[in-house]
Design a protein around this ligand. Structure first.
Ligand SMILES: [Zn+2]
Length: 268
């Protein structure tokens, strides 16, 4: 008989790789809603927990959603089931779906989101961009090299192809030759100085803001902003890891990569 698998069993496996203590203080990782004791046989993996993702979980009779971005971040003062945030909580509780978030703890680890993005972009000889108190090998972002020197323009084409995005924003001279690349998936605009100091020719990061882009331009650092949604690479990354570990332990679980779009932007 198949043994009962609980949320805590899967969380334990995930936290061996991405311990909660590695998350930034401002973050809110771990259990978001539901129970560690709930029984699980289907797990949905997603970047964000939006209402379309919750509906997908319900349709697929999923018991656990593992997300990158925390469902609960700012303090809730009210749960009003007439708005989206309230409806999401209501649907999750009604359908006994637990939500767990692995956010900055998943960003900083070896093989985490920064490495997943760097792998896609074929960046080698990598170091951590912003080392943490947990050691030099653990921290936000990566800096490494392309196998060959290419133009910024060709690098942008590679980013679009490898990260499967229709468009991106770029700062810098497109004919400039580049090789050393810094990568930080989410909002990395605070770390342009680190990228420059570590000798990066290009800094790839989502949510680059206007004035920081001007600062980067002034210091001769090219910037490629492919959008925050490229962090969706974590879906396949977590899926591969959990499938491998649960097969090792002979746990019968189904992992589903969310097919729902959580990109808020359209590109015209
Ligand atoms: Zn993010």
């Amino acid at each position: 008989m198949q043994e009962i698998i609980r949320v805590r069993d899967i969380v334990e496996i995930l936290e061996q790789w991405a311990p909660k203590k590695y998350a930034y203080d401002w973050d809110n990782v771990g259990l978001q809603i539901g129970s560690l004791e709930s029984k699980v046989n289907k797990v949905l993996l997603t970047l964000d927990v939006l209402e379309n993702v919750v509906d997908e979980a319900i349709e697929n009779e999923v018991n656990l959603i593992i997300a990158h971005h925390p469902l609960l971040f700012k303090a809730l003062k009210q749960i009003n089931t007439d708005d989206a945030a309230g409806r999401i909580i209501n649907k999750l509780l009604k359908h006994d779906i637990t939500v767990y978030a692995a956010h900055t703890n998943l960003d900083v680890i070896d093989g985490g989101v920064s490495d997943m993005l760097s792998d896609r972009l074929e960046i080698i000889n990598r170091e951590v961009l912003v080392p943490s108190e947990h050691g030099k090998a653990i921290g936000a972002g990566r800096v490494g090299e392309l196998k060959e020197t290419i133009s910024l323009n060709d690098f942008c084409l590679r980013v679009k192809e490898k990260l499967e995005i229709p468009t991106l924003r770029v700062v810098g001279e497109l004919n400039k030759k580049v090789r050393k690349i810094a990568v930080l998936g989410g909002s990395g605009e605070d770390f342009i100085n680190q990228a420059k100091q570590m000798g990066a020719d290009v800094y790839v990061t989502g949510d680059m803001t206007f004035h920081e882009a001007q600062d980067a331009m002034a210091m001769g650092l090219a910037v490629v902003d492919p959008g925050h949604h490229v962090e969706k690479v974590m879906i396949q990354g977590i899926k591969t890891y959990l499938e491998m570990k649960t097969i090792e332990k002979s746990l019968e679980l189904t992992f589903i990569a969310s097919s729902q779009d959580t990109e808020p932007f359209q590109f015209l």
